[in-house]
Design a protein around this ligand. Structure first.
Ligand SMILES: NC(=O)c1ccc[n+]([C@@H]2O[C@H](COP(=O)([O-])OP(=O)(O)OC[C@H]3O[C@@H](n4cnc5c(N)ncnc54)[C@H](O)[C@@H]3O)[C@@H](O)[C@H]2O)c1
Length: 427
């Protein structure tokens, strides 16, 4: 049945929820506090790069069941369903900054009609929802925790083909929220609010652990002469383990894994528990980012004045999101060593820093003393490396931070190749 839905936050999560709920036939208002973003959206342009998003945006605007408002311009009384998808960025202590969420909750408490359902999509620390529900007490608003598991780069697809829908709250709140997903075929787990919140953090922490684990194994492969490609494949063939997230490289980034692992570590410490396994995961990830810079210094020497191309500025392919991307740290480490850095990304990003942006791979690598592949964009992995190497400086070093290039092709073109856990011995 068609519902009136208001979504707070037109970011990666709120925008996907908004366009997909409109596509399902609901009447959707998405609000934000960023007027430039709202103007772009109202004109039919997506402020973020996400495959399939702009088509659904156009569809909703044309059908007239999707509109964008500034939060201050919302009607004085809100009713129906409210989705909260505002940011929960990290504070310097590692905890989640709840300022944006609390602001929304307080305005909902003031202006929502009794019987409004509030669906919490933002990732909030376990225990938050119970406290927020009491903040809503007296307003008659029902609260349901509905953590989001979408992956940037395939977010629209993930909305409809998610592995599970988790709903935490009272039986009535859960069944009202479940009705919104009537056209999504996915197993549903109903539980209490705090467990739903913990499912999100535990999932991200486990995935981050898999990544750091295989990166540790890759480091040992380098020392003993084993090839991580075979090792990861063989380990992933075990049905109890599975192949996902066993790709070695320069580590995870993005707006979720780094912040959510730190927030869970903070939450554990704050409650008197020493989650040392998770701290190891976080430390390994920080170390992975140093590896390409250390490799360059080992193979080239002093980086002062050396030309270095960094290919891939986003934390993963198919997104324009550079939040906590490995490239950001790597560029700043290179610049601190005096390197002359050129960055390239297949889709434009807003990233600025101590580097020049090139408009093609060819332009980025021209005359380079070293090239670091930081994101496995297909355009970068499938580039004609044999043709690119002759345009680089003699004896160029190519550091394949995603193990997505062919070592044989690079080496036979005359360049040096270093991957992650791909030692030359036994190659
Ligand atoms: N990005 C992801 O892949 C992802 C996946 C799962 C969960 N999450 C979680 O979802 C939440 C949102 O993440 P995101 O990546 O979409 O963040 P984002 O930064 O892209 O978007 C948040 C939006 O909220 C807006 N906002 C802030 N205060 C507001 C207010 N009072 N009213 C309306 N809008 C307001 C901001 O202007 C911004 O546009 C976070 O808690 C995040 O951890 C993100």
């Amino acid at each position: 049945m068609k519902k009136q839905i208001t979504v707070f936050g037109a970011g990666y999560v709120g925008l996907i929820a908004g366009v997909c709920l409109a596509h399902s036939g609901h009447d959707v208002t998405v609000c934000d506090i960023d007027r430039d973003k709202l103007a772009e959206l109202t004109a039919g342009y997506s402020p973020i790069f996400e495959p399939g998003l702009e088509a659904l945006l156009t569809e909703g605007l044309n059908k007239g069941n999707l509109r964008f408002f500034h939060t201050d311009d919302l009607p004085e009384v809100l009713s129906g369903i409210i989705f909260v998808a505002v940011g929960t960025p990290p504070t310097p202590s590692g905890s989640a900054d709840m300022t944006y969420v609390r602001t929304v909750i307080d305005s909902v408490a003031m202006c929502a009609e009794p019987d409004t359902l509030l669906v919490m999509k933002s990732t909030v620390p376990p225990g938050t929802g119970v406290k927020l529900s009491s903040r809503l007490n007296g307003s008659g608003v029902e609260y349901v925790s509905n953590p989001e598991f979408l992956r940037e780069g395939s977010a629209v697809n993930d909305w409809y083909r998610t592995d599970r829908i988790v709903l935490g709250g009272s039986e009535k709140a859960v069944s009202r929220a479940a009705a919104l997903y009537a056209d999504v075929e996915a197993p549903m787990l109903a539980c209490d609010i705090t467990s739903a919140e913990m499912i999100k953090y535990a999932s991200n922490a486990f995935l981050a652990t898999k990544i750091s684990f295989i990166n540790e194994i890759a480091s040992i492969c380098d020392l003993v002469g084993a090839q991580i490609d075979f090792v990861a494949q063989g380990v992933g063939m075990d049905g109890r383990i599975g192949p996902a997230f066993l790709k070695p490289g320069i580590g995870y980034g993005g707006s979720c894994f780094p912040k959510d692992t730190r927030a869970l570590d903070f939450l554990a410490s704050f409650n008197g528990y020493d989650f040392h396994l998770l701290r190891g995961v976080i430390e390994v990830n920080a170390r992975q980012r140093m590896m390409p810079v250390r490799a360059l210094m080992e193979h080239i020497g002093d980086l002062d004045g050396k030309r270095v191309a960094v290919l891939g500025l986003t934390f993963k392919p198919d997104t324009d999101d550079t939040r906590e991307a490995p490239a950001v740290d790597i560029i700043s480490m290179l610049a601190a060593e005096g390197a002359d850095v050129t960055g390239y990304n297949p889709v434009p990003t807003t990233l600025t820093g101590p580097f020049t942006v090139a408009d093609s791979i060819d332009a980025a690598v021209e005359g380079a003393n070293a090239v670091i592949v930081t994101t496995e964009w297909p355009e970068i992995c499938n580039a004609d490396w044999a043709a690119l190497v002759p345009g680089m400086a003699p004896d160029v070093l190519i550091y394949d931070g995603r193990n997505c290039l062919s070592p044989d092709t690079i080496r036979s073109s005359g360049a040096r190749y270093v991957g992650v856990g791909r030692p030359q011995i036994g190659a």
